[in-house]
Structures are given as structure tokens and as C-alpha cells.
Design a protein around this ligand. Structure first.
Ligand code: ZN
Length: 252
């Protein structure tokens, strides 16, 4: 793509302002930490948006100029308006990429795109997480080995109630024995959706080199190949390409 991929990193930005321990890990918020490393990639144009801004930071003009949206949310999913959630979903169906991180498994746009509960089991116990790269040839796994580890993370375990992914790129194993489909890819309409599990707010996960590589790979993978504005319409195609012969006994 000749033009830069326009990325909007959305974050509810609540924990990092209310919880001292989280603030220490992400002083300017998770969104700024993600924008920092993505901003070093010359092929991307990166900006951020947060819940407290007008229209939750996502008025139509922001959506219209976003190729890939990254979403982090946890405790304030219900404060995102239904209108904004619908706007994000519609833009994905038109071709925008959407990357849901960690607790964004329960955010409104992701749930709308999946159509299922998106539920899972979880535990906060400083567990070691080993991510197995099970689709080494997938673009989102580019540059990774067979597996990598995060020394401490929150556990997310199966069953993850999502539709069967088009590709399951990563599976996580946790110290306590649970497993989880940690990297799942889907197509929705003309858009691409990727869910990536790691990123609990109290761990420095978004500074990890492998995690950063995966998010950058996912942005490139999810970038629109085509945009189809008006994809929601169902027009009556009155004018046919070919002449239609009148049929004997037909009503008209
Ligand atoms: Zn979490």
C-alpha cells in the first residue's frame, strides 16, 4: 500500500488514572504505550482516542479516516454508547480492520461482530503464560518462533465463546493448567477482525517485543483491501445488465 495505514488506538483509559499500580506500568495510558511502538513504523499513521472524549472519541469523521482500529477496554464497556458501537461495527463490515486486545473480548463492538457471548474463565494469580504459535505461516505470526513466554499474566481460559475462527494463530498455556485460543482471526463483511489475548493492565505486557511484533503484524494483516461504503444497503437492482426475454405465462 502506497499510503500509510491509518491506525486509531482506542482505550477506555480508566484503570491507568484510578489505580496507582497500573499508573506506574502505563503512566500515559495503555493507548499511548501502543501508539509509541506502532509510531516507530514508518508505514503507519497512528493516533489515539479515549472514552471521555466527545462521542467516546469516535465521531464519524474519525471512523471515516481509520483503516485499522485497536481496542482496549475492561471496566467501562457499558459506557461506550450503542451508537458508537454500531458505527464501529458498520465500518468493519465496510472494510476497516479491528483488533480487540485482552479484556476487549467483552467490548460492545467485538460482541456485535461475533454475535456470541464472548465469555471465558479468568484468574489473577501472576501466572506464567506460554503462547504457542500454531500457524507459523500466518502473516500475524511473521518473525516469531515456535513459542514465547510472558513471565506473568492474568489467566484467560477456555471455553472462549466465540464463533470458530477462520484462523487460530496462537494458543496459550498457563501455569495453572488452563489453555486458551489467544490469537483468533475472522473475516466480517469486507473487514478483518483479530483478537489477541495478552495485555492485563497491571503487567508490562505491551512493552514485550513479541507482543509488539504481533500487534504490528496484525495491523498490516487487518488493513483494508477494499472499502465498500454502503455495504449495509440492499438495493432493488431495477436495471439488468442483459436484456431479459419475456416468458410465456409469466405474470408480467
Ligand atoms: Zn485483565
Amino acid at each position: 500500500m502506497a499510503n500509510k495505514i491509518r491506525v486509531t488506538v482506542w482505550n477506555e483509559f480508566v484503570h491507568e488514572r484510578e489505580d496507582e499500580a497500573v499508573k506506574k506500568v502505563y503512566p500515559r495510558g495503555i493507548h499511548e504505550a501502543i501508539a509509541d511502538f506502532l509510531g516507530k513504523d514508518g508505514s503507519l499513521s497512528v493516533r489515539t482516542a479515549t472514552l471521555d472524549q466527545a462521542e467516546n472519541g469516535l465521531p464519524p469523521e474519525v471512523l471515516d479516516s481509520t483503516d485499522v482500529m485497536i481496542w482496549w477496554g475492561h471496566m467501562a464497556h457499558d459506557r461506550v454508547s450503542d451508537e458508537v458501537a454500531g458505527r464501529v461495527q458498520a465500518r468493519v463490515l465496510e472494510g476497516m480492520g479491528f483488533i480487540a486486545l485482552h479484556s476487549a473480548h467483552f467490548c460492545k463492538p467485538f460482541k456485535r461482530l461475533m454475535g456470541t457471548n464472548c465469555s471465558l474463565v479468568w484468574r489473577e494469580a501472576d501466572e506464567r503464560e506460554r503462547l504457542w504459535v500454531i500457524e507459523r505461516g500466518h502473516p500475524i505470526a511473521a518473525g516469531l518462533g515456535e513459542h514465547f513466554e510472558l513471565p506473568m499474566e492474568e489467566m484467560y481460559g477456555e471455553r472462549f465463546d466465540v464463533p470458530a475462527p477462520d484462523a487460530t494463530v496462537f494458543i496459550s498455556w498457563f501455569e495453572g493448567g488452563n489453555v486458551f485460543r489467544s490469537g483468533c482471526a475472522w473475516e466480517r463483511g469486507a473487514g478483518r477482525v483479530f483478537y489477541f489475548r495478552p495485555g492485563h493492565e497491571s503487567y508490562p505486557t505491551y512493552y514485550d517485543a513479541n507482543v509488539q511484533r504481533i500487534i504490528a503484524n496484525a495491523v498490516a494483516w487487518a488493513a483494508p483491501r477494499v472499502m465498500l461504503p454502503g455495504a449495509a444497503g440492499c438495493p432493488n437492482e431495477l436495471v439488468a445488465l442483459e436484456r431479459i426475454e419475456a416468458k410465456l405465462g409469466a405474470k408480467r
